[in-house]
Design a protein around this ligand. Structure first.
Ligand SMILES: [Zn+2]
Length: 77
């Protein structure tokens, strides 16, 4: 009786600790994602247009605003 009660108490403490950790990491994740919500901007290697990275085309370690400019390649000045 004494041991099983202790076990239940230990399990409850563990569950509480796990839940607390989960809630803490969740809120940390939310605040960090809010901070990184500003999408990184990249510069087109051909026309120097700045655009959000998810919309950019990447080719040979360079960013382009469109497939056409990716095909055209970097513009040499
Ligand atoms: Zn471009």
């Amino acid at each position: 009786m004494g041991i099983s009660r202790l076990l239940i108490l230990a399990l409850m403490a563990l569950a509480g600790w796990w839940l607390w950790k989960k809630v803490k990491s969740l809120s940390a994740e939310q605040s960090s994602s809010r901070l990184t919500q500003a999408t990184p901007m990249v510069c087109c290697a051909h026309c120097q247009l700045h655009l959000p990275q998810p919309e950019a085309v990447r080719l040979h370690n360079r960013w382009y605003c469109s497939n056409a400019h990716a095909q055209a390649g970097p513009k040499h000045q």
